[in-house]
Design a protein around this ligand. Structure first.
Ligand code: HEC
Ligand code: HEC
Length: 344
Protein backbone atom coordinates (compact mmCIF):
# COMPACT_ATOMS: atom_id res chain seq x y z
CA UNK A 1 0.00 0.00 0.00
CA UNK A 2 2.77 2.34 1.06
CA UNK A 3 4.62 1.47 -2.14
CA UNK A 4 1.74 2.42 -4.33
CA UNK A 5 1.37 5.86 -2.86
CA UNK A 6 5.09 6.38 -3.33
CA UNK A 7 4.77 5.41 -7.00
CA UNK A 8 2.08 8.01 -7.53
CA UNK A 9 4.12 10.55 -5.65
CA UNK A 10 7.20 10.04 -7.81
CA UNK A 11 5.12 10.32 -10.99
CA UNK A 12 3.48 13.47 -9.69
CA UNK A 13 6.81 15.05 -8.86
CA UNK A 14 8.07 14.27 -12.36
CA UNK A 15 5.02 15.76 -14.01
CA UNK A 16 5.31 18.87 -11.85
CA UNK A 17 9.00 19.17 -12.71
CA UNK A 18 8.33 18.93 -16.43
CA UNK A 19 5.57 21.49 -16.14
CA UNK A 20 7.77 23.90 -14.19
CA UNK A 21 10.61 23.48 -16.69
CA UNK A 22 8.25 24.40 -19.52
CA UNK A 23 6.99 27.42 -17.61
CA UNK A 24 10.54 28.47 -16.89
CA UNK A 25 11.83 28.08 -20.45
CA UNK A 26 8.87 29.50 -22.33
CA UNK A 27 7.70 32.21 -19.91
CA UNK A 28 10.09 33.22 -17.14
CA UNK A 29 13.29 33.07 -19.17
CA UNK A 30 12.06 35.16 -22.14
CA UNK A 31 10.33 37.63 -19.82
CA UNK A 32 13.55 38.33 -17.94
CA UNK A 33 16.10 38.13 -20.75
CA UNK A 34 14.21 39.68 -23.70
CA UNK A 35 13.96 43.41 -23.06
CA UNK A 36 13.68 45.20 -26.41
CA UNK A 37 14.50 48.89 -26.54
CA UNK A 38 11.58 51.19 -27.29
CA UNK A 39 11.45 52.21 -30.95
CA UNK A 40 10.13 55.46 -32.35
CA UNK A 41 6.92 53.60 -33.14
CA UNK A 42 6.19 52.76 -29.50
CA UNK A 43 3.20 54.86 -28.53
CA UNK A 44 2.77 56.25 -25.03
CA UNK A 45 -0.96 56.18 -24.31
CA UNK A 46 -2.87 58.99 -22.62
CA UNK A 47 -5.75 58.23 -20.26
CA UNK A 48 -8.40 58.28 -22.96
CA UNK A 49 -6.48 56.03 -25.32
CA UNK A 50 -5.66 53.67 -22.48
CA UNK A 51 -9.33 53.33 -21.68
CA UNK A 52 -10.05 52.77 -25.38
CA UNK A 53 -7.54 49.98 -25.30
CA UNK A 54 -9.42 48.44 -22.35
CA UNK A 55 -12.61 48.56 -24.39
CA UNK A 56 -10.84 46.88 -27.31
CA UNK A 57 -9.67 44.14 -24.96
CA UNK A 58 -13.00 43.80 -23.17
CA UNK A 59 -15.04 43.57 -26.38
CA UNK A 60 -12.82 40.86 -27.81
CA UNK A 61 -11.69 42.72 -30.91
CA UNK A 62 -8.44 40.82 -30.47
CA UNK A 63 -10.12 37.53 -31.34
CA UNK A 64 -10.64 38.67 -34.93
CA UNK A 65 -7.93 41.28 -35.42
CA UNK A 66 -4.16 40.88 -35.18
CA UNK A 67 -1.68 43.67 -34.56
CA UNK A 68 1.53 42.55 -36.20
CA UNK A 69 2.96 42.91 -39.70
CA UNK A 70 5.73 40.59 -40.81
CA UNK A 71 7.66 40.35 -44.08
CA UNK A 72 5.05 38.18 -45.69
CA UNK A 73 2.31 40.64 -44.66
CA UNK A 74 3.78 43.50 -46.66
CA UNK A 75 0.41 44.46 -48.10
CA UNK A 76 -0.68 45.50 -44.63
CA UNK A 77 1.69 48.44 -44.36
CA UNK A 78 4.77 49.17 -42.28
CA UNK A 79 6.41 46.21 -40.63
CA UNK A 80 6.60 46.02 -36.84
CA UNK A 81 9.55 45.52 -34.52
CA UNK A 82 9.69 44.08 -31.03
CA UNK A 83 10.44 47.51 -29.57
CA UNK A 84 7.14 48.87 -30.88
CA UNK A 85 5.34 46.96 -28.16
CA UNK A 86 7.12 48.11 -25.02
CA UNK A 87 4.02 49.98 -23.82
CA UNK A 88 1.67 47.13 -24.65
CA UNK A 89 0.91 45.18 -21.51
CA UNK A 90 -0.76 42.86 -21.96
CA UNK A 91 -0.08 42.77 -25.68
CA UNK A 92 -2.97 42.57 -28.11
CA UNK A 93 -1.13 40.78 -30.90
CA UNK A 94 -3.95 38.36 -31.56
CA UNK A 95 -3.69 35.13 -33.50
CA UNK A 96 -6.61 35.04 -35.89
CA UNK A 97 -7.31 37.25 -38.90
CA UNK A 98 -11.02 36.97 -39.36
CA UNK A 99 -10.78 40.70 -39.97
CA UNK A 100 -7.76 42.60 -41.28
CA UNK A 101 -4.65 43.37 -39.25
CA UNK A 102 -5.02 46.67 -37.42
CA UNK A 103 -1.35 47.54 -36.73
CA UNK A 104 -1.46 50.45 -39.14
CA UNK A 105 -5.13 51.39 -39.15
CA UNK A 106 -4.55 54.74 -37.37
CA UNK A 107 -5.18 57.63 -39.76
CA UNK A 108 -6.65 55.36 -42.42
CA UNK A 109 -10.24 56.39 -41.76
CA UNK A 110 -11.83 59.46 -40.18
CA UNK A 111 -13.35 59.09 -36.71
CA UNK A 112 -16.85 59.31 -38.18
CA UNK A 113 -16.15 56.30 -40.37
CA UNK A 114 -15.07 54.27 -37.33
CA UNK A 115 -18.14 55.37 -35.45
CA UNK A 116 -20.43 54.16 -38.22
CA UNK A 117 -18.38 51.00 -38.72
CA UNK A 118 -18.30 49.93 -35.07
CA UNK A 119 -22.02 50.76 -34.66
CA UNK A 120 -22.96 48.79 -37.75
CA UNK A 121 -20.14 47.39 -39.91
CA UNK A 122 -22.52 46.60 -42.78
CA UNK A 123 -23.36 50.29 -43.11
CA UNK A 124 -19.92 51.01 -44.58
CA UNK A 125 -18.75 47.52 -45.56
CA UNK A 126 -21.60 45.54 -47.08
CA UNK A 127 -21.17 41.86 -46.39
CA UNK A 128 -18.84 42.34 -43.42
CA UNK A 129 -19.03 39.61 -40.79
CA UNK A 130 -17.83 41.93 -38.04
CA UNK A 131 -20.49 42.15 -35.33
CA UNK A 132 -22.23 45.39 -34.43
CA UNK A 133 -21.06 46.97 -31.16
CA UNK A 134 -23.93 49.46 -31.07
CA UNK A 135 -24.47 48.80 -27.35
CA UNK A 136 -21.25 50.64 -26.43
CA UNK A 137 -21.73 53.88 -24.52
CA UNK A 138 -20.74 57.10 -26.27
CA UNK A 139 -17.74 57.42 -23.96
CA UNK A 140 -16.54 53.90 -24.69
CA UNK A 141 -17.00 54.52 -28.38
CA UNK A 142 -15.06 57.78 -28.36
CA UNK A 143 -12.17 56.28 -26.40
CA UNK A 144 -12.10 53.14 -28.52
CA UNK A 145 -11.79 55.25 -31.66
CA UNK A 146 -9.09 57.40 -30.08
CA UNK A 147 -7.20 54.17 -29.43
CA UNK A 148 -7.70 52.86 -32.98
CA UNK A 149 -6.36 56.14 -34.37
CA UNK A 150 -3.07 55.65 -32.47
CA UNK A 151 -2.32 52.32 -34.14
CA UNK A 152 0.71 52.65 -36.38
CA UNK A 153 0.71 56.46 -36.37
CA UNK A 154 4.30 56.82 -35.21
CA UNK A 155 5.39 53.96 -37.40
CA UNK A 156 4.04 55.69 -40.47
CA UNK A 157 5.58 59.05 -39.59
CA UNK A 158 8.87 57.40 -38.87
CA UNK A 159 8.87 55.57 -42.19
CA UNK A 160 8.25 58.79 -44.05
CA UNK A 161 11.15 60.40 -42.26
CA UNK A 162 13.42 57.54 -43.22
CA UNK A 163 12.51 57.98 -46.93
CA UNK A 164 14.60 55.04 -48.02
CA UNK A 165 16.09 54.33 -51.41
CA UNK A 166 12.91 52.81 -52.80
CA UNK A 167 11.28 56.21 -52.75
CA UNK A 168 14.29 57.78 -54.36
CA UNK A 169 14.26 55.27 -57.13
CA UNK A 170 10.56 55.62 -57.79
CA UNK A 171 10.67 59.39 -57.36
CA UNK A 172 13.17 59.70 -60.15
CA UNK A 173 10.54 58.57 -62.60
CA UNK A 174 7.76 60.72 -63.87
CA UNK A 175 4.80 61.08 -61.58
CA UNK A 176 7.10 60.74 -58.54
CA UNK A 177 5.73 57.50 -57.18
CA UNK A 178 5.97 57.30 -53.44
CA UNK A 179 5.00 53.91 -52.29
CA UNK A 180 3.47 53.11 -48.94
CA UNK A 181 5.61 49.97 -48.69
CA UNK A 182 8.63 52.03 -47.80
CA UNK A 183 10.07 49.54 -45.33
CA UNK A 184 10.43 46.69 -47.73
CA UNK A 185 13.95 46.01 -48.91
CA UNK A 186 16.14 42.98 -49.32
CA UNK A 187 18.39 41.98 -46.42
CA UNK A 188 21.86 43.53 -46.57
CA UNK A 189 23.68 40.35 -47.62
CA UNK A 190 21.30 39.87 -50.54
CA UNK A 191 21.77 43.47 -51.62
CA UNK A 192 25.53 42.91 -51.60
CA UNK A 193 25.12 39.72 -53.56
CA UNK A 194 22.92 41.45 -56.11
CA UNK A 195 25.52 44.16 -56.55
CA UNK A 196 27.98 41.44 -57.53
CA UNK A 197 25.53 39.52 -59.77
CA UNK A 198 24.31 42.63 -61.57
CA UNK A 199 27.86 43.42 -62.65
CA UNK A 200 27.61 40.44 -65.00
CA UNK A 201 23.91 40.62 -65.80
CA UNK A 202 22.65 44.08 -66.61
CA UNK A 203 19.02 44.07 -65.44
CA UNK A 204 18.12 46.95 -67.76
CA UNK A 205 19.26 45.16 -70.89
CA UNK A 206 16.45 43.93 -73.11
CA UNK A 207 18.37 40.90 -74.35
CA UNK A 208 18.77 39.82 -70.74
CA UNK A 209 15.08 40.40 -70.16
CA UNK A 210 14.34 38.17 -73.12
CA UNK A 211 16.48 35.41 -71.68
CA UNK A 212 14.63 35.84 -68.43
CA UNK A 213 11.38 35.52 -70.30
CA UNK A 214 12.34 32.09 -71.55
CA UNK A 215 13.34 30.94 -68.08
CA UNK A 216 10.11 32.38 -66.74
CA UNK A 217 7.96 30.59 -69.29
CA UNK A 218 9.58 27.28 -68.46
CA UNK A 219 9.70 27.55 -64.69
CA UNK A 220 7.22 30.11 -63.50
CA UNK A 221 4.32 30.48 -65.92
CA UNK A 222 2.49 27.37 -64.70
CA UNK A 223 1.91 29.21 -61.45
CA UNK A 224 2.34 32.90 -62.15
CA UNK A 225 0.70 32.77 -65.59
CA UNK A 226 2.25 33.71 -68.90
CA UNK A 227 1.26 37.34 -68.42
CA UNK A 228 2.40 37.41 -64.80
CA UNK A 229 -1.06 37.84 -63.37
CA UNK A 230 -0.75 34.95 -60.93
CA UNK A 231 -3.33 32.90 -62.78
CA UNK A 232 -1.31 30.09 -64.30
CA UNK A 233 -3.02 26.70 -64.68
CA UNK A 234 -1.51 25.44 -61.39
CA UNK A 235 -2.92 28.34 -59.42
CA UNK A 236 -6.44 26.97 -59.39
CA UNK A 237 -5.44 24.23 -56.97
CA UNK A 238 -3.50 26.54 -54.65
CA UNK A 239 -4.89 28.10 -51.49
CA UNK A 240 -2.20 30.78 -51.32
CA UNK A 241 -2.26 32.06 -54.88
CA UNK A 242 0.92 32.93 -56.78
CA UNK A 243 1.88 36.59 -56.84
CA UNK A 244 0.24 38.80 -59.46
CA UNK A 245 3.15 40.88 -60.74
CA UNK A 246 0.91 43.41 -62.45
CA UNK A 247 -0.17 44.87 -59.12
CA UNK A 248 1.02 48.42 -58.83
CA UNK A 249 3.24 47.99 -55.80
CA UNK A 250 5.59 45.80 -57.82
CA UNK A 251 6.46 48.96 -59.72
CA UNK A 252 8.33 50.05 -56.60
CA UNK A 253 10.36 46.85 -56.26
CA UNK A 254 14.10 47.37 -56.54
CA UNK A 255 16.24 44.93 -58.49
CA UNK A 256 17.77 43.57 -55.29
CA UNK A 257 14.30 43.00 -53.88
CA UNK A 258 13.24 40.99 -56.93
CA UNK A 259 16.43 39.00 -56.71
CA UNK A 260 15.91 38.23 -53.06
CA UNK A 261 12.27 37.17 -53.49
CA UNK A 262 13.13 34.89 -56.40
CA UNK A 263 16.18 33.40 -54.72
CA UNK A 264 14.69 32.71 -51.31
CA UNK A 265 11.09 31.94 -52.29
CA UNK A 266 8.18 32.61 -49.99
CA UNK A 267 7.96 30.53 -46.84
CA UNK A 268 4.56 29.04 -46.18
CA UNK A 269 3.58 29.04 -49.85
CA UNK A 270 4.42 26.83 -52.81
CA UNK A 271 6.88 29.39 -54.15
CA UNK A 272 10.21 27.52 -54.39
CA UNK A 273 13.60 28.83 -53.31
CA UNK A 274 14.97 29.23 -56.80
CA UNK A 275 18.47 29.77 -55.46
CA UNK A 276 18.56 26.01 -55.02
CA UNK A 277 17.78 25.33 -58.68
CA UNK A 278 18.84 28.24 -60.82
CA UNK A 279 22.22 29.91 -61.19
CA UNK A 280 22.85 33.48 -60.11
CA UNK A 281 23.00 34.45 -63.76
CA UNK A 282 19.63 32.88 -64.51
CA UNK A 283 18.08 34.67 -61.56
CA UNK A 284 19.61 37.89 -62.85
CA UNK A 285 17.88 37.33 -66.20
CA UNK A 286 14.64 36.73 -64.34
CA UNK A 287 15.01 40.03 -62.51
CA UNK A 288 15.53 41.77 -65.84
CA UNK A 289 12.33 40.15 -67.12
CA UNK A 290 10.14 40.64 -64.05
CA UNK A 291 10.91 44.36 -64.15
CA UNK A 292 9.40 44.64 -67.59
CA UNK A 293 5.99 43.32 -66.61
CA UNK A 294 3.47 46.14 -66.69
CA UNK A 295 2.38 47.60 -63.36
CA UNK A 296 0.43 50.75 -62.77
CA UNK A 297 3.31 52.25 -60.85
CA UNK A 298 2.99 55.52 -62.69
CA UNK A 299 0.18 56.58 -60.38
CA UNK A 300 0.75 59.13 -57.64
CA UNK A 301 1.69 57.76 -54.22
CA UNK A 302 -1.66 58.14 -52.58
CA UNK A 303 -3.22 56.14 -55.34
CA UNK A 304 -0.86 53.19 -55.23
CA UNK A 305 -3.12 50.25 -54.70
CA UNK A 306 -2.55 48.29 -51.54
CA UNK A 307 -4.79 45.33 -51.89
CA UNK A 308 -6.80 44.47 -48.83
CA UNK A 309 -6.05 41.20 -47.13
CA UNK A 310 -9.55 39.95 -47.77
CA UNK A 311 -9.71 41.09 -51.35
CA UNK A 312 -9.22 38.34 -53.87
CA UNK A 313 -7.71 38.76 -57.27
CA UNK A 314 -9.99 38.29 -60.15
CA UNK A 315 -8.06 35.85 -62.23
CA UNK A 316 -8.81 35.67 -65.88
CA UNK A 317 -10.59 32.57 -67.02
CA UNK A 318 -8.18 29.71 -67.43
CA UNK A 319 -8.82 29.47 -71.17
CA UNK A 320 -7.30 32.93 -71.63
CA UNK A 321 -4.07 31.56 -70.25
CA UNK A 322 -3.94 28.65 -72.62
CA UNK A 323 -4.74 30.96 -75.50
CA UNK A 324 -1.76 33.07 -74.49
CA UNK A 325 0.47 30.00 -74.54
CA UNK A 326 -0.85 29.15 -78.00
CA UNK A 327 -0.14 32.67 -79.19
CA UNK A 328 3.35 32.59 -77.76
CA UNK A 329 4.19 29.42 -79.58
CA UNK A 330 3.11 31.04 -82.82
CA UNK A 331 5.10 34.15 -82.13
CA UNK A 332 8.21 32.32 -81.07
CA UNK A 333 8.11 29.31 -83.33
CA UNK A 334 11.81 29.71 -83.95
CA UNK A 335 12.84 30.36 -80.35
CA UNK A 336 14.12 27.56 -78.15
CA UNK A 337 11.14 27.98 -75.82
CA UNK A 338 8.38 26.21 -77.61
CA UNK A 339 5.01 25.55 -76.10
CA UNK A 340 2.33 23.30 -77.49
CA UNK A 341 3.66 22.98 -81.00
CA UNK A 342 6.08 24.82 -83.23
CA UNK A 343 9.08 23.25 -84.86
CA UNK A 344 10.63 20.33 -83.02
C1 HEC B 1 -16.10 38.30 -35.56
C2 HEC B 1 -14.86 38.94 -35.90
C3 HEC B 1 -14.67 40.42 -35.60
C4 HEC B 1 -14.71 41.05 -34.39
C5 HEC B 1 -15.04 40.46 -33.02
C6 HEC B 1 -14.32 42.41 -34.64
N1 HEC B 1 -14.08 42.59 -35.98
FE1 HEC B 1 -13.41 44.31 -36.85
N2 HEC B 1 -13.50 43.40 -38.67
C7 HEC B 1 -13.88 42.11 -38.90
C8 HEC B 1 -13.93 41.89 -40.34
C9 HEC B 1 -14.33 40.59 -41.02
C10 HEC B 1 -13.54 43.10 -40.96
C11 HEC B 1 -13.44 43.39 -42.49
C12 HEC B 1 -14.75 43.93 -43.01
C13 HEC B 1 -15.07 45.26 -42.44
O1 HEC B 1 -14.31 46.23 -42.64
O2 HEC B 1 -16.08 45.37 -41.76
C14 HEC B 1 -13.26 44.04 -39.88
C15 HEC B 1 -12.81 45.33 -40.08
C16 HEC B 1 -12.45 46.19 -39.06
C17 HEC B 1 -11.84 47.48 -39.26
C18 HEC B 1 -11.45 48.08 -40.59
C19 HEC B 1 -10.04 47.68 -40.91
C20 HEC B 1 -9.57 48.17 -42.25
O3 HEC B 1 -8.35 48.31 -42.41
O4 HEC B 1 -10.40 48.40 -43.14
C21 HEC B 1 -11.69 48.05 -38.02
C22 HEC B 1 -11.07 49.39 -37.71
C23 HEC B 1 -12.21 47.11 -37.05
N3 HEC B 1 -12.65 45.98 -37.73
C24 HEC B 1 -12.24 47.33 -35.70
C25 HEC B 1 -12.79 46.44 -34.79
C26 HEC B 1 -12.97 46.74 -33.40
C27 HEC B 1 -12.57 48.03 -32.74
C28 HEC B 1 -13.54 45.64 -32.83
C29 HEC B 1 -13.96 45.45 -31.40
C30 HEC B 1 -14.88 46.44 -30.87
C31 HEC B 1 -13.71 44.65 -33.87
N4 HEC B 1 -13.25 45.17 -35.05
C32 HEC B 1 -14.22 43.38 -33.67
C33 HEC B 1 -14.17 41.15 -37.95
C34 HEC B 1 -14.30 41.39 -36.60
C1 HEC C 1 4.44 26.14 -57.66
C2 HEC C 1 4.00 27.45 -58.01
C3 HEC C 1 5.04 28.54 -58.25
C4 HEC C 1 6.07 28.52 -59.14
C5 HEC C 1 6.47 27.42 -60.10
C6 HEC C 1 6.72 29.82 -59.03
N1 HEC C 1 6.08 30.57 -58.08
FE1 HEC C 1 6.65 32.44 -57.54
N2 HEC C 1 5.19 32.42 -56.10
C7 HEC C 1 4.30 31.40 -55.89
C8 HEC C 1 3.50 31.71 -54.73
C9 HEC C 1 2.39 30.84 -54.15
C10 HEC C 1 3.98 32.94 -54.24
C11 HEC C 1 3.53 33.66 -52.97
C12 HEC C 1 2.56 34.74 -53.25
C13 HEC C 1 2.29 35.53 -52.01
O1 HEC C 1 3.09 35.52 -51.07
O2 HEC C 1 1.25 36.16 -52.00
C14 HEC C 1 5.03 33.35 -55.13
C15 HEC C 1 5.75 34.52 -54.99
C16 HEC C 1 6.74 34.95 -55.85
C17 HEC C 1 7.49 36.17 -55.72
C18 HEC C 1 7.39 37.14 -54.56
C19 HEC C 1 6.50 38.25 -54.89
C20 HEC C 1 6.47 39.27 -53.79
O3 HEC C 1 5.37 39.73 -53.52
O4 HEC C 1 7.51 39.62 -53.24
C21 HEC C 1 8.34 36.27 -56.77
C22 HEC C 1 9.30 37.40 -57.08
C23 HEC C 1 8.14 35.08 -57.57
N3 HEC C 1 7.15 34.31 -56.97
C24 HEC C 1 8.82 34.80 -58.72
C25 HEC C 1 8.83 33.56 -59.32
C26 HEC C 1 9.70 33.19 -60.38
C27 HEC C 1 10.71 34.10 -61.03
C28 HEC C 1 9.44 31.89 -60.66
C29 HEC C 1 10.11 31.01 -61.67
C30 HEC C 1 11.55 30.93 -61.65
C31 HEC C 1 8.36 31.46 -59.78
N4 HEC C 1 8.02 32.49 -58.98
C32 HEC C 1 7.79 30.20 -59.80
C33 HEC C 1 4.18 30.25 -56.62
C34 HEC C 1 5.06 29.83 -57.59
Amino acid sequence: MQHRILNYLIAAVFVALIFLTIVFVTMILPATTFQPVATAAAHGYNAQERHGREVYKREGCVYCHTQFVRYQDREMGEMVEAGDYVNETPHLLGTERTGPDLSNVGGKYPDAWHWAHVMQPRSVKPGSVMPSFSYLSDDDMRDLIAYLQTLGRERELNARRRAPHINEKAGAEEGAVKTPITWLEAPQELRDEWKRVSKNVDPDNSANANSGRGIYMQNCSTCHGVTGRGNGPMSSSMIKKPANFTRSFYGAYTDALWYWRVKEGVAGTRMPRWGRTLSEQQMGYLVAFLKTLPTDGSQASSKVEVTQYSQLDQPEPMSANYNEIEKLSELHASSPYIYGGGRH
